[in-house]
Design a protein around this ligand. Structure first.
Ligand code: LER
Ligand code: MN
Length: 270
């Protein structure tokens, strides 16, 4: 019997705004020329752009990995209408992700500090109240995500960008409590470098939950410009059989096309 070693390929994506080009067609064409497998699009104004995105990605022959946020409102706002807007906006983007064959929609529970009142001693910590509220919202959203078949990708951010959900562990435990298949998490190397004790170990520990990754180095420049150990992290991703996308989300110095080309070849060399 001949046993072939399984070849695990990593799939790379790039946020649309990082691509050189004056319009969507030029940007998507550059992504393809550079050798990216997919593009991550922004969720702002997606209702107006979805048809164009669909026809350009089909004509160029590139995939859409994910829709990054861009919904109105805030899931943890004090204002009910802002929470309802966020729920509605995420539902719309989940349906569009499914239509575009994308993995799902990136959701940051809230940016910045708390917007809800401190209800001590009913809730010892404001985060306990926020967690309860978010779980109920994610149950509503999770049903829709399961129906359309696109993931809600909870993104933990570093402590300077949000006070709530900074580490993969916190996001994964929320998923467990929500209990819907399509409510999962993503890992952003820039945030993980600040908040996780060890990026590779966290990737291994939460591998079953991780359905998307954002790539940047420690200084939010392209991988290779800072001090993150991408080699060890990628070894883990291959070991656990990670088969979703890794999308570049970083500042790109000039000349952009050449820098992106070098970055992708560095990433593939790992
Ligand atoms: C913000 O720092 C970030 O990482 C984005 O992916 C949020 O959508
Ligand atoms: Mn990110």
């Amino acid at each position: 019997m001949i046993i072939f070693n399984e070849v695990i390929l990593l799939y790379f994506s790039i946020q649309e705004n990082l691509l050189p080009g004056d319009n969507l067609e030029e940007k998507f064409d550059n992504a393809r020329k550079l050798g990216f497998d997919a593009v991550e699009i922004w969720g702002h104004n997606i209702e107006k752009r979805v048809n164009e995105v669909k026809s350009v990605k089909d004509s160029i022959g590139i995939k859409i990995s994910t829709i990054c946020s861009g919904y109105p409102g805030d899931l943890l706002s004090l204002d009910r209408s802002a929470r309802e807007q966020a729920i509605k906006g995420i539902k719309i983007r989940l349906s569009m992700a499914a239509e575009l064959d994308a993995v799902g929609v990136i959701v940051v529970p809230t940016f910045g500090g708390p917007k809800l009142p401190d209800l001590y001693p009913l809730f010892r910590d404001i985060r306990d109240l926020e967690r309860k509220l978010l779980i109920e919202e994610l149950k509503i959203l999770g049903r829709h995500a399961d129906n359309v078949g696109a993931y809600i990708l909870i993104e933990p951010l570093n402590r300077y960008e949000t006070h709530f959900v900074n580490r993969l562990e916190q996001a994964a435990s929320i998923c467990d409590e929500v209990g819907f298949e399509h409510v999962k998490i993503m890992g952003d190397f820039f945030h993980m470098n600040i908040e996780e004790a060890n990026i590779s170990e966290s990737l291994r520990k939460y591998s079953e939950y991780i359905k998307h990754i954002h790539l940047a180095d420690s200084n939010r420049l392209p991988p290779g410009y800072g001090h993150i150990d991408f080699k060890s992290a990628f070894e883990v991703l291959k070991e656990v059989g990670y088969r979703y996308y890794l999308a570049l989300e970083c500042a790109v110095p000039e000349p952009k096309f050449e820098v992106l080309k070098k970055t992708l070849s560095f990433l593939r060399s790992l």
